[in-house]
Design a protein around this ligand. Structure first.
Ligand code: SF4
Ligand code: FES
Length: 230
């Protein structure tokens, strides 16, 4: 842990803008800037993974670090910033962690096969209940940030994987490969070294997109039924 003093911070700045000011001040002093991940800066890409004062994405609810404002802190506060910590998220440098384990889980089953020869049925012509469409859309809002893993005492990725499995399991287009999908994604999750879920629920509380624990329950049902079908 290293102590830095940062000045000229407005309450209207985002947390990442505060980090930019800190790094500018460090560079001007000839010191090494603090490495951190970011891209969209509008809560979409899931890159800005920081553990701030003991909480993933900091003290606000339903926001990512890039959407967190400095008005959540008091002038003179000491803010503790750590990388997301998990065996499956090795630290690359400072606050930057390698979350390619999430990509490998997605590669294992986070897709559907569609005939793109030109004869594909129009998706709007496939009847889908309002309930299923809403639930699938909610699951699809997961941005793969990894806050669920960082907040979990077991470093479990089950909220993330539950969201990805649910997003397809709820829609007719996803049913065709549902059995292989859940088996392959769970197998990859275990291979990457993520822990198991013990129903504490910290992941749901810290998730910036409000992904519900119901997605873990749905993944467990999908997993069980996939093995019964074998
Ligand atoms: S489930 Fe929530 S916390 Fe976990 S990766 Fe998705 S958006 Fe981030
Ligand atoms: S920088 Fe993209 S979600 Fe924060």
């Amino acid at each position: 842990m290293v102590d830095y003093k940062v000045t000229d911070i407005s309450e209207h700045m985002s947390f990442l803008e505060m980090m930019d000011v800190l790094n500018e001040q460090l560079i001007n002093k000839g010191e090494e800037p603090v490495a951190f991940d970011h891209d969209c800066r509008e809560g979409i890409c899931g890159m800005c993974s920081m553990y701030i004062n003991g909480e993933a994405h900091g003290p606000d609810r339903g926001v990512t670090t890039c959407q967190l404002h400095m008005r959540m802190f008091k002038d003179g506060d000491t803010i503790t910033i750590e990388p997301f910590r998990a065996k499956a998220f090795p630290v690359i440098k400072d606050l930057v962690v390698d979350r390619s384990s999430f990509d490998r889980i997605q590669h294992a089953g986070g897709y559907i096969s569609v005939n793109t020869s030109g004869n594909t049925q129009d998706a709007n012509a496939i009847p889908i209940s309002k309930y299923a469409a809403d639930e699938a859309m909610d699951a699809a809002t997961c941005i793969g940030c990894g806050a669920c893993v960082a907040s979990c005492k077991n470093a479990s990725a089950m909220l993330f994987v539950g969201a990805k499995v649910s997003q397809y399991a709820l829609l007719p287009q996803g049913r065709i490969e549902a059995v292989d999908r859940v088996k392959n994604m769970v197998a990859q999750m275990d291979l990457e070294g993520f822990g198991n879920c013990t129903n504490t629920g910290a992941c749901e509380i810290e998730c910036p997109k409000g992904i519900s624990l119901e997605n873990i329950a749905r993944m467990n049902r999908e997993y069980l039924s996939a093995h019964i079908k074998d």
